[in-house]
Design a protein around this ligand. Structure first.
Ligand SMILES: NC(=O)c1ccc[n+]([C@@H]2O[C@H](COP(=O)([O-])OP(=O)(O)OC[C@H]3O[C@@H](n4cnc5c(N)ncnc54)[C@H](OP(=O)(O)O)[C@@H]3O)[C@@H](O)[C@H]2O)c1
Length: 337
């Protein structure tokens, strides 16, 4: 099975290589592409060094599956041409997510949209913070119905790609030497700081990361009128996004019912302990492709309530990007999850 990764040298692209390596797709013949800057770089895949090629649409002729992770404007430029020459493009950027003709897929939630051996098309991989949230919302929506979702995110710098990782590393080093730090990737220093907004603001004060969480959640869950109120915050961690999610359900439930819904859900690791040491955190879940849910509880003072809150943490480069894309590819190739 011929597969190309475009953006293979990026934070997400490198994880895609690792996820493909561990996937059930044992017969993958992989080609790696990036910008001309990376031509000749070497990346290991299944014990062989693969040379990164400079992207050209022509060079991808005959490759049926393209994992695209090279930014939105680049994807807008090339993805339709790739489909026209016979490739299915699984795109990581925001370019196609809200296009009505394009499926926006999280396999645990709406994997039924993926049809084996379907004609070449673009399939959009959702935003990282949205993916981990909808995996956790799915069992609640199925069992109890969703009325409202409120979320505060704590998002790591790898969500900004290699430049975010380099920025935090450089600023930490400088701070330790009592030197001043000049922000580049963000408007203010990220080291020892919290930045209360991600991506550009609209005229009503919402930032684009928050808008993505609203729009994409509605589309993936097939709930176009769902109220979603998101607050997205960049924090000085390297990997994983944490989210404190509050939901209002369509009916009152007990804590036991909520725990039971999460316990049997696809893609979720549930921690039921009420202690500090066992809580999943960015440090404990880095490199894992699953979504970790814990601190599940009702509104204080109630034994039964439609209001529920929980902590949700996942690796943004894994389930938030590469793992989800590779799961889409596996499903298209007929692998059962
Ligand atoms: N980071 C996350 O958590 C995350 C999660 C979900 C979705 N995404 C999305 O995934 C995409 C990639 O993000 P990232 O974090 O991996 O970014 P990144 O670390 O900056 O990597 C970008 C990749 O795109 C390549 N690229 C840039 N311009 C190109 C061109 N003209 N032709 C071919 N390749 C080109 C880069 O190649 P060079 O190395 O040669 O420059 C690099 O491989 C973005 O659309 C992002 O929004 C990211």
């Amino acid at each position: 099975m011929n597969v190309a990764i475009v953006g293979a040298t990026g934070a997400v692209g490198r994880e895609m290589v690792r996820d493909l390596e561990e996937s059930k797709l044992t017969d993958v013949k992989l080609r790696l592409f990036a910008s001309p800057r990376s031509k000749g770089a070497k990346i290991s895949f299944r014990d062989h060094m693969h040379e990164v090629e400079a992207y050209s649409t022509e060079a991808l002729k005959g490759i049926p599956y393209v994992l695209m992770s090279a930014g939105g404007s680049f994807s807008k430029e090339v993805s339709r041409a790739l489909v026209a020459q016979g490739s299915t493009v699984i795109d990581n950027s925001s370019a196609w997510r809200m296009d009505p003709e394009t499926a926006l897929v999280v396999p645990e939630v709406n994997g039924d949209l993926l049809v084996k051996n379907s004609k070449p098309q673009i399939i959009a991989n959702p935003n990282c913070s949205t993916i981990q949230m909808v995996v956790a919302l799915k069992p609640l929506a199925d069992r109890f119905g969703l009325d409202l979702v409120q979320v505060a995110t704590y998002q790591s710098v790898s969500g900004t790609g290699q430049k975010g990782i380099a920025e935090l590393a450089g600023q930490l080093e400088a701070k330790m030497k009592f030197q001043d730090v000049e922000p580049k990737a963000y408007a203010q220093p990220i080291a020892f700081n919290l930045l209360p907004g991600i991506d550009v603001f609209d005229t009503d004060g919402h930032c684009y990361e928050e808008i993505k969480m609203v729009q994409e959640t509605r589309k993936i869950m097939g709930l176009p009128n769902l109220d979603v109120f998101a607050a997205t915050v960049r924090v000085p961690t390297f990997h994983c996004h944490g989210e404190m999610v509050t939901v209002k359900l369509k009916k009152s439930i007990t804590r036991a019912e909520a725990l039971d819904a999460f316990r049997t859900a696809k893609g979720i690791v549930l921690n039921e302990k009420d202690d500090h040491a066992s809580q999943p955190t960015p440090r404990t879940v880095t490199g894992d492709g699953r979504v970790f849910v814990s601190r599940v509880r009702l509104q204080y003072g109630h034994n039964s309530s439609p209001w529920l809150q929980f902590w949700n943490v996942a690796d943004n480069l894994k389930k938030g990007a590469a793992t989800n894309a590779v799961q889409i590819l596996e499903t298209l190739a007929g692998v059962k999850h």
